[in-house]
Design a protein around this ligand. Structure first.
Ligand code: ADP
Ligand code: MG
Length: 569
């Protein structure tokens, strides 16, 4: 006989007053009237990682129409909505009830981006939600009646109010599914349109603050310049107009505080789909768009940066450049080469976070310091080559150097948050004021294919199990090492960082053999993820709800910053 919610209630009550360990008896499956509760793992004490549970609602009970889950993009949007709904209900219905996490129902938080995630899965079988509960205790003594209340009354209330079609706002739910479908459609159209990014008219780009990703309420809506205006027909929103950023080299210029960096940051996040009301629902960029910045102090393992840096004073080899403490220019060069290694197609660079000496070297400086004495080939001499030889486009925010006018295909001026197409004017100026610069680029841009050495990243280090622990979104503990991801601005959720850590362990156990290159290893991991979902990364015998989708670019970025990493070129 399967156990029921009544059995669970009685069991909890019987445990009242006993030592915390007795809670282990709760592990198992329980039938509730309209769903099944699965208690996968019971926490060891009130302060330990809380108890992991799942709720399964059969399709017939959950009642979600197939149009919400048959299409993969729409499904992700709908799942995001359900996760938000659950989180809101959990906040309303759970309250601290004792020591530590006692009484808290928690689902992994979701941000502005609608990412595939493991917290809520919607499909032909119905709904499965994964979350945690803090089993109540006073000190280390079980509060059995509080546990019964939490698991058999509050939890069902949260579930019934958020994971059933009849309980949610069907229009809002559908809007999430449609926004996700439109954004994926739009992103898939970019290549055919010859674009690297699209920013719809009416979009709201500025955020409340550097730590608050919600839209700035008083923001001025985006308006495209007529000459760059593109019209697209979306499956749900219908005809939409906006600014298309063409492939090639694009400059974003304009005075300080006119919205250049804000536009670039929106493009950087355009690799993700944003939820309705975010303001960036129809701001999309090529999926292989990477923000490049200077990151002095970072670790670099055997990267060929010779396209940008050569003839270092002490004769260091820059075709296999390693350092514990990169400078601004070497770190930025490494960031570019590592992005190319993983197949980046669009580079985004902002003067605010770039190394000036890697960006430009004007005629006067060329005259003052001889070529042989300057190890750096500035990006201005490589950026066209990146496009013509490698098909890699670049979007640069640059208010301070006119030298780039010679190499730009498109020039956009931001004027009080409004983009103007100044490409023609820029061409005339480039003709009227020749810089007289001589390009310093020599030879092709190398195609690095480093092989990570598996013995250099043991995430177990004397333990039975690998240690993977995100420290916020921008730090990752892997074994005994902590990886600094503070420069990786396209990581937006802690659940992504956790998934990346697990995917590094997965790759290390399965595919890193000392022969496959980094990109080859990732291709295999990516294929497994496509087939089996993020759940394949879980190292438990049950799926956990704390993972979100990530790109190979960020996965590699994490590995590249692991200070024990060694590679073969
Ligand atoms: P720049 O890079 O040109 O110096 P920023 O992008 O940093 O300018 O923007 C300067 C300020 O203007 C920021 O505080 C930003 O939030 C704000 N801002 C940017 N775009 C808008 C907009 N469309 N509406 C209102 N404020 C904006
Ligand atoms: Mg700026």
């Amino acid at each position: 006989m399967p156990k029921t919610h009544d059995d669970l209630r009685r069991l909890c009550q019987r445990l009242d007053g006993r030592g915390y360990k007795a809670y282990k008896a709760l592990q198992g499956e329980y039938r509730f009237p309209r769903f099944t509760l699965i208690i996968d793992h019971v926490q060891a004490d009130p302060f330990a990682a809380p108890t992991r549970v799942r709720v399964r609602i059969p399709a017939a009970e959950a009642g979600f129409p197939p149009d919400l889950w048959e299409h993969p993009s729409r499904r992700v949007g709908a799942e995001h909505y359900l996760a938000e709904a659950f989180i809101a209900q959990a906040a309303a219905h759970s309250r601290p009830r004792g020591t530590g996490h006692s009484g808290i129902l928690r689902m992994e938080p979701v941000g502005q981006a609608m990412l595939p995630r493991t917290a809520v899965r919607l499909g032909p079988q119905g709904v499965e939600a994964r979350f945690t509960v803090g089993l109540p205790a006073a000190g280390r003594r079980i509060l059995g009646h509080a546990a019964a209340q939490l698991l058999t009354q509050d939890l069902p209330r949260v579930v019934e109010a958020s994971l059933f079609y009849r309980a949610v706002d069907p229009q809002a739910l559908r809007a999430y599914a449609e926004a996700a479908e439109d954004a994926d459609f739009l992103r898939a159209r970019l290549e055919t349109l010859g674009l690297v990014a699209f920013v719809a008219d009416g979009s709201l780009l500025p955020r409340r603050s550097g730590v608050d990703d919600r839209p700035l309420p008083s923001g001025i809506p985006f308006q495209s310049p007529p000459s760059l205006r593109v019209e697209v027909h979306l499956p749900n929103a219908g005809v939409v107009t906006g600014m298309g950023i063409p492939q090639g080299v694009t400059l974003i210029v304009g005075g300080g505080f006119h919205g250049k960096s804000t536009l670039l940051r929106a493009l950087e996040r355009g690799v993700y789909n944003h939820k309705p009301g975010d303001g960036r629902e129809r701001v999309v960029s090529h999926p292989m768009t990477v923000k490049i910045r200077a990151e002095d102090g970072r670790y670099v393992a055997g990267v060929d940066i010779s396209a940008f840096i050569n003839n270092l004073p002490l004769g260091q080899d820059t075709t296999r450049f390693s350092t514990e403490n990169a400078s601004g220019s070497t770190s930025q060069a490494a960031n570019i080469m590592e992005a190319l290694e993983m197949g980046a197609r669009v580079l985004l660079i902002d003067e605010d976070t770039a190394a000036t000496n890697l960006m430009i070297r004007d005629r006067r400086m060329q005259a003052l310091i001889a070529r042989e004495k300057e190890p750096i080939t500035p990006l201005v001499d490589r950026v066209r080559q990146l496009y013509t030889e490698r098909g890699v486009s670049t979007v640069l925010v640059l208010g301070g150097s006119g030298d780039y006018l010679d190499v730009a295909d498109t020039v956009i001026a931001m004027d009080t948050y409004r983009p103007l197409d100044v490409t023609q004017k820029a061409r005339e100026i480039a003709r009227r004021f020749p810089t007289g610069r001589v390009s310093e680029a020599q030879g092709p841009i190398p195609r690095p294919a480093r092989v990570p050495l598996p013995q250099s990243l043991n995430p177990r280090k004397g333990r039975k199990e690998a240690v993977v622990k995100p420290h916020g979104t921008h730090g990752l503990q892997l074994g005994t090492q902590t990886i600094d991801l503070s420069a990786i601005s396209q990581l937006v959720e802690t659940a992504q960082t956790r998934a990346i850590g697990l995917a590094l362990v997965y790759a290390w156990e399965k595919y890193m053999d000392g022969r496959r290159s980094l990109a080859e290893v990732w291709a295999l991991v990516e294929k497994d993820l496509q087939q089996g979902g993020l759940e394949i990364l879980c190292r438990t015998r049950y799926p956990t709800g704390d993972l979100a989708a990530f790109r190979g670019l960020e996965w590699a970025a994490a590995l590249n910053r692991l200070r024990t990493l060694r590679v073969r070129a």
